[in-house]
Design a protein around this ligand. Structure first.
Ligand code: DQA
Length: 260
């Protein structure tokens, strides 16, 4: 085989890959619709883990890390597509709006994003994807509306501003915080202390799978004050966080009512 033959072969492979990718996305859309109809979350982390194990085994020692990155990215791409579809195309049934989710009407969630999250769509697309920060804001807005919660999103590149926003949450009616402290995750005791100070239920979100990245990303100070961490699910992680936190707050309120 000469260089041209190799090029032709790689072109053929790329054509097959894109055809399979399109088919995969269409199936993902059907799964999203079916899950939305049953009010189930998109996430199926045990299936993903099993697929990743298989992929790494098949790719062998030489390619296992590359194959893992490829699949993580593909999972993220299809999950953000699914969450977009679910938010746009699947209106909640009246029973759900009036029933379970109706109770959440009064809940107020605050989403806080740290440094460089405003650069989404520009920064390290291989890690954070092509979608912009505006697209994330739109997705969050749809998600708030979908489950009838009040939501606010705040972003800052400065540690002090993030600490101040968390402090303000103590007295502005916020019921829970979703936070992606970005790089400050791994350095900021001040953000950890602020979360502890206001003592509101908080969920930590990371777009990328920090557990599989550099050693310095393995510590999360903010995470120590959070009831849950969601990482590596792309934008969909925020959607999961909103659902989780709204349920968490609603069930805590139910518990309180029972005790009183
Ligand atoms: C991040 C991960 C952090 O390690 C990094 O510094 C970020 C984004 C994420 O969402 O994956 O800026 O929080």
């Amino acid at each position: 085989m000469d260089l041209n033959d190799f090029r032709n072969r790689i072109n053929e492979i790329d054509k097959q890959i894109i055809e399979l990718f399109v088919e995969r996305m269409r199936i993902a859309a059907k799964i999203a619709e079916a899950k939305a109809a049953q009010n189930l979350p998109i996430l199926d982390s045990s299936r993903e883990k099993a697929v990743l194990r298989h992929v790494k085994e098949k790719a062998g020692k030489e390619f296992k890390d590359y194959a893992e990155t490829l699949y993580q990215t593909m999972f993220n791409v299809s999950k953000s597509y699914q969450s977009e579809l679910m938010a746009v195309k699947t209106p909640l049934t009246p029973e759900i709006t009036a029933g379970n989710y109706g109770k959440k009407n009064h809940i107020k969630l605050l989403v806080i994003n740290g440094p460089n999250i405003n650069m989404l769509g520009i920064r390290e697309k291989n890690i954070y994807g092509n979608e912009t920060y505006d697209a994330l804001l739109q997705l969050l807005e749809k998600t708030f509306q979908e489950i009838n919660v009040r939501g606010e999103v705040f972003q800052s590149n400065s540690e002090g501003a993030l600490v101040e926003r968390i402090q303000d949450a103590y007295s502005d009616g916020t019921d829970g915080i979703i936070i992606n402290p970005a790089a400050y995750t791994h350095t900021s005791v001040a953000i950890l202390d602020a979360l502890k100070a206001v003592s509101l239920p908080a969920v930590e979100v990371h777009i990328s799978n920090v557990t599989k990245r550099e050693a310095f990303r393995q510590v999360s100070y903010a995470g120590m004050a959070c009831v849950k961490t969601i990482a590596g699910m792309g934008f969909h992680g925020y959607v999961e966080a909103v659902h989780f936190l709204a349920d968490y707050i609603a069930s805590q309120a139910d518990e309180k009512r029972k005790t009183i």
